[in-house]
Write a protein that binds this ligand. Structure first.
Ligand code: NAD
Length: 331
């Protein structure tokens, strides 16, 4: 029997794991609700493999040393980001680290579609009027998506899916990305960044957060956009200079914004503040804006993504335990 310990499991993962285990009677899985750290590493003793899903850094040498001492060969991350790992320590202790590079690019792209259509059809206003039993039509006349140009900054895994969805709806799709993917030639036209900013009706960003993309969307970029432009960010909060976005929305430099992420969201999104205050003035301002919508980083959060997160990580872990090489090894 292969014994696995899953750190910091979410309730939705438990359902998938329970189902997965029905097909793997040779595997025993225990789980807990704590992150992997110096205080919890001893829980891994006696297991053949571990996985975790957490934000907190695993930076204490004792964690790596103890896992090695327990005979564990890997740290399997059930997430994409791997900046929580100290790879020098992992290498020194013969621990292979894997991540799940993509749970479901489609999940995020469907959120982009949802936010774009919501804003395009003025549903913030319609909803607010509904609450007041005001069913008038003024200001609710909308544009149709097949008449519009959707501009994508960063057409990688997620941006490509966004392109395919909007193309299927009849929109013209343009994209700026240093990498040109021939498989997208029938879906979009590659242009430079400026052309996206100046000509697209809906601009959606899907770059990673890098030094080169930090505050890529600043005051000068919003000023290049059409006053009718809708801006969507389901990538990372830091890609956008949030005060510049707020000013652009307040001054109607652009018409609306849909966000699934915002600077300073850590420790806020996925937590309940209905009875307490949270510390993020940007978020408070955006929440109060009639021409913005924000969701709490749930773009990825679909049935497929959770299943992939569990199944891909489990496959990686069992591959390494069996002495083979996983395609998702990071070191
Ligand atoms: P990816 O690596 O597959 O694609 C990123 C693309 O951006 C690449 O093609 C790259 O060439 C391009 N790029 C890099 N710098 C650029 C620049 N300055 N201008 C234009 N293009 C640039 O990444 P992905 O998996 O598609 O993820 C995209 C983003 O979505 C990331 O920021 C990721 O963290 C985020 N994400 C969000 C959610 C969510 O739930 N909202 C879920 C998963 C990923």
């Amino acid at each position: 029997m292969i014994k696995i310990l899953m750190y910091n499991i979410m309730d939705d993962e438990k359902i998938v794991v329970t189902e997965w285990l029905k097909h793997r009677p040779d595997v025993h899985i225990d789980w807990n609700d704590v992150t992997l750290n110096p205080d919890t590493v001893d829980l891994a003793k006696g297991y053949d493999g571990i996985s975790t899903e957490q934000d907190n850094l695993i930076d204490d040498p004792i964690v790596y040393e103890k896992l090695h001492e327990f005979g564990i060969k890997q740290i399997t991350l059930r997430i994409t980001g791997y900046d929580i790992i100290d790879f020098d320590l992992a290498n020194k202790n013969d621990l292979k680290v894997t991540n799940v590079p993509a749970y479901s690019p489609r999940s995020v792209s469907e959120m982009v579609l949802t936010q774009a259509m919501w804003l395009l059809r003025h549903l913030n206003t319609a909803q607010q009027r509904n609450q007041a039993h005001d069913f008038t039509w003024e200001g609710l006349q909308a544009r149709e998506i097949h008449d519009l140009t959707v501009g994508i900054i960063g057409a990688g895994k997620i941006g490509s899916e966004v392109a395919r969805i909007f193309k299927a709806l009849g929109a013209t799709v343009i994209a700026a990305d240093p990498i040109h993917r021939p498989e997208l030639n029938s879906v979009l036209t590659y242009v430079d960044h400026e052309t996206v900013f100046k000509t697209a009706d809906i601009i959606t960003t899907h770059t990673p957060l890098l030094d080169s993309t930090y505050h890529l969307f600043d005051e000068s970029v919003f000023k290049q956009m059409k006053p009718s432009a809708i801006f969507i960010n389901a990538s990372r909060g830091g890609v956008v200079d949030t005060p510049a976005l707020i000013t652009a929305l307040e001054n109607h430099t652009i018409t609306a914004a849909g966000l699934d992420t915002i600077e300073g969201e850590a420790d806020i999104f996925s937590n309940d503040f209905s009875d307490s205050d949270f510390d993020n003035d940007y978020l408070k301002t955006i929440l109060a804006m009639p021409n913005a919508i924000i969701t709490p980083h749930i773009g990825f959060y679909t049935d497929n993504a959770i299943r992939n997160m569990v199944e891909i990580s489990m496959h990686d872990m069992l591959t390494i335990i069996a002495g083979q090489t996983s395609e998702h090894e990071l070191n």
